[in-house]
Design a protein around this ligand. Structure first.
Ligand code: RAM
Length: 350
């Protein structure tokens, strides 16, 4: 169950005003670690993804409390190298903190090193530089990455009676977060509990709605015996839900073959509400994107201000969310994984 503070913050996401333009947001209340006027920039994976608007809202809320100056800017696409020139521009601008959802675990290493050499604090958010963590100071990740793959496999298993062929429709081929989760799914599948479930295909929609739709359609025509699709991306899952609904192949749908195709994965409640109510999607999961941005702003402020030396086991206060602790490799998990279905989806507005 979500804690009250988390529910409150999720509720606040209602007023989504974040956009990908560089617009400073400066607040009025007391500063903490970095002091008033701290310049924080957040670089999401790409523009046009509602999920990142919620993360941006978290940064904006925290920046108001910190009296920091917050801006956001992002490339149009999530290719591995698309963020490099954006990071360079921010180094030029002289920001204090670069928070970034990286599109690659390693392509950004040299430019992030340049940022760090200039005294800029680098925080990864939502996705990490897996295997290259020394190129950032700390990470704020959505939820416990080591359990996410298994949770998604378990959810799929429960939907298909732990038996049948399924596919994955992911984001980009380089996406560090999706790739860690997919590795976790493959590891989970070794458990004898899932012996009758088979991952038969993995495709990539690039966090682009059109490409995700095309990939989902291709999965349906290529594998008539498909029992399920896991799409661990908010863009991919929303596009696939629309595709499955239009094709009528969801369980009980007019074109369902046998028991139909169960679609699940990760997306925002607002993007999926319609499909859950119509029965095209039974259940799916996510966390609070807002809280990730909120926590990252506080962490960046405190590291940059010298109040916190990032190391495993070190505590810090993330505003109204209270005490948080840096874990292994300086990772902070923003919150719990929530499963949404007909019974609870109306409680969420983000
Ligand atoms: C997409 C992005 C993001 C991921 C969510 C679940 O919006 O790929 O990185 O965390 O899906």
């Amino acid at each position: 169950m979500l804690k009250r503070t988390q529910l409150l913050l999720i509720g606040m996401v209602l007023a989504v005003v974040g956009c990908q333009k560089e617009e400073p947001v400066t607040g009025k209340t007391a500063p903490s670690g970095g002091g008033a006027g701290l310049k924080i920039v957040y670089i999401p994976k790409n523009t046009g993804n509602p999920y990142f608007k919620d993360v941006i809202k978290g940064f904006e809320d925290a920046s108001k409390e910190l009296k920091a100056e917050f801006t956001t800017t992002a490339p149009a696409t999530g290719d591995a190298t698309s963020q490099i020139s954006f990071i360079k521009d921010q180094i030029q601008r002289g920001v204090d903190v670069i928070a970034i959802s990286p599109n690659s675990p390693d392509a950004l290493n040299p430019v992030l090193d340049q940022a760090k050499a200039k005294g800029i604090t680098v925080i990864t958010v939502d996705a990490d530089l897996s295997g290259n963590e020394s190129h950032r100071d700390a990470a704020v990740l959505s939820t416990d990455f080591s359990k996410l793959g298994e949770s998604q496999v378990e959810l799929m298993g429960s939907l298909i009676g732990y038996e049948g062929n399924f596919a994955i429709l992911s984001a980009t081929t380089d996406a560090p977060n999706q790739n860690v989760w997919i590795a976790g799914m493959k590891e989970a599948l070794k458990n004898p509990k899932y012996a009758k479930m088979k991952l038969i295909d993995t495709v990539y929609g690039d966090d682009d709605a059109q490409k995700s739709t095309t990939e989902c359609e291709a999965l349906l025509s290529k594998h008539p015996d498909l029992r399920g699709i896991i799409s661990p991306t908010s863009v991919g899952l929303a596009a696939s839900a629309q595709t499955i609904q239009l094709a009528g192949v969801f369980p009980g749908g007019p074109k369902a073959i046998g028991k139909g195709v169960q679609l699940t994965g990760l997306s925002t409640p607002n993007q999926l509400k319609k499909f859950v109510k119509d029965g095209a999607v039974t259940s799916f999961q996510l966390w609070s994107p807002h809280d990730m941005g909120y926590i990252a702003a506080f962490l960046g402020d405190q590291i940059h201000g010298g109040k916190l030396k990032a190391a495993e086991g070190v505590d810090f206060t993330a505003g109204t969310l209270g005490k948080r602790t840096l874990g292994k490799l300086n990772v902070v998990n923003a919150g719990p994984l929530v499963t949404f279905d007909k019974s609870n989806i109306d409680k969420y507005d983000f």
